[in-house]
Design a protein around this ligand. Structure first.
Ligand SMILES: Nc1nc2c(ncn2[C@@H]2O[C@H](COP(=O)(O)OP(=O)(O)O)[C@@H](O)[C@H]2O)c(=O)[nH]1
Ligand SMILES: [Mg+2]
Length: 452
């Protein structure tokens, strides 16, 4: 029987993984004017020199024009522009060179192949950013923000990712960390001078300092539900009786004719999900089968799907043409916020009409307010917790702070109580990525694209 292979490379190989020269196409392959290739690592410059003619590592960060040649055959691959970024003043913190070639499918691939032939290794997803983190060019929160910025599908996601990339959350956590360490220092003073009854550190001062950090962490945690929702998109389920105008409203909010609209009740039998940007915020709209007890078997199956979506919904848009007697019973089973839309307003009454567009703008504002009201109120300056990873670490810090206070008020000696403060600091360090274990890095960078 074959022996199990070690799951991780040996330490020597790991070190090489950090310094060997990697190459990747940073732009997507396909028809385009230009493509950008990145090459980074200890031998990036000598390796590029084998393919670029002429090659200038100096002056740094200055673009030069060169012919890109195959290193062995010297065949011309492309006419390109290149710029060298010597360590440590580069994205990765290692020597890095960026080469702009012509775009398309063939030229960039041939250019990358030439650089691989010269000795570079194709980069793994997120490997450039991973090196940037390991070299201290950015912290883990900024690396996550980089991925979020690239993946942003709405203006609010882009603004939030940029704010985090500019250390919004990092700075707040660093300040918090400092405050906890100050509290620890206050206690150390008490421990060193236990004889002084009316010691220089009053119990109120310790209590106040503790309250400040506890409240700050609580405030950050309050942003987590909407922050995580901002990354995923708010799941908005459109519900109501058959023929209430659900699919029409779904299409109107989406801006395309996605769901089939007919006057025959029960037309929509499956749930249809689509992404939509409403007031700059990301939503996942779900059009469901009409909710009613009777109906043939397929329609009933559709209603089961609706129930599953309803259970996962962040908010529900309930459509009704006139006063709907089944509304109250439906609402009683729903625990998430519900927005009620009175449809077909053009036929009389006030509300929303997909025919005239009446009431749609107001509905959009209302949906954004219900799903992202806290973020709207916070604006773009206040940091927000956007991942479960952040929330879990902050909850850990919060627990340690509570345990510190329990220990302190139950007469346990000050030095033992203070260990909880240090554990809270460790939780924040994990979050920022001060010392990051490999498996955490693996998880963070798994979703990255190659070349970033
Ligand atoms: N006049 C008018 N008719 C509408 C409006 N919205 C939907 N309808 C009509 O109502 C019927 C049912 O609409 P549909 O969106 O399929 O309802 P669903 O069964 O709830 O998905 C269709 O004939 C639509 O054209 C509206 O705003 N004004
Ligand atoms: Mg429908």
């Amino acid at each position: 029987m074959a022996r199990a292979r070690p799951r991780r490379p040996c330490p020597h190989a790991r070190r090489r993984l950090l310094t060997d020269t990697i190459v990747a196409l940073a732009t997507p392959p396909g028809r385009s004017a230009l493509a950008l290739i990145r090459l980074s690592g200890r031998d990036a410059f000598p390796l590029a020199a084998r393919c670029l003619e002429p090659f200038h590592a100096t002056p740094p960060r200055t673009v030069f024009r060169a012919r890109l040649l195959h290193p062995a055959s010297r065949a011309l691959v492309d006419d390109c522009l290149a710029a060298c970024f010597p360590a440590p003043h580069s994205y990765t913190g290692d020597d890095l060179i960026e080469i702009s070639t012509h775009g398309g499918l063939v030229v960039p691939a041939a250019a990358v192949a030439a650089l691989v032939e010269a000795g570079a290794r194709p980069a793994m997803p997120g490997e450039f950013t991973r090196r940037a983190v390991l070299n201290g060019k950015m912290d883990l929160l900024q690396a996550e923000a980089t991925a979020d910025l690239i993946d942003a599908g709405s203006p609010a996601q882009r603004r939030r990712a940029l704010q985090q990339l500019e250390r919004g959350l990092s700075d707040r956590l660093a300040a918090l960390r400092g405050e906890i360490l100050e509290l620890d220092a206050l206690l150390a003073y008490d421990i060193d001078f236990p004889e002084e009854d009316e010691g220089p550190v009053s119990p109120e001062r310790v209590r106040d300092a503790w309250c400040v950090v506890r409240d700050r962490i609580a405030d950050l945690l309050k942003t987590a539900p909407e922050g995580e929702r901002l990354r995923e998109g708010a799941l908005l389920v459109i519900a109501g009786r058959p023929n209430a105008g659900k699919s029409s409203l779904f299409n109107a909010l989406l801006g395309t004719e996605r769901a089939i609209v007919t006057e025959i009740p029960g037309t929509t039998r499956d749930a249809i999900e689509a992404h939509a940007v409403i007031e700059g915020f990301p939503f996942r709209l779900v059009d469901t089968a009409g909710l009613r007890d009777v109906g043939e078997r397929i329609e009933r199956l559709g209603i089961e799907v609706s129930k599953k979506y309803l259970a996962a919904a962040d908010l529900v848009l309930y459509c009704e043409e006139t006063d709907d007697p089944s509304r109250e019973q439906f609402l009683a089973e729903i625990s998430v916020p519900v927005v009620i839309a009175r449809t077909k307003a053009d036929l009389g009454g006030s509300g929303i009409s997909v025919v005239t567009g009446q009431g749609l703008a107001e509905l959009r504002r209302q949906l954004a307010e219900v799903a992202f009201g806290r973020l709207l109120a916070l604006g773009d300056v206040e940091p927000v917790v956007t991942r479960a990873r952040h929330r879990v670490a902050l909850e850990r810090a919060q627990r340690e702070l509570e345990e510190f206070w329990t220990a302190r008020t139950s007469g346990i000696d000050a030095a033992a109580a203070a260990t909880h403060l240090r554990a809270a600091v460790v939780a924040l360090d994990d979050l920022i990525g001060a010392v990051t274990p490999e498996d955490v890095l693996d998880r963070v960078f798994a979703a990255f694209c190659v070349g970033k």
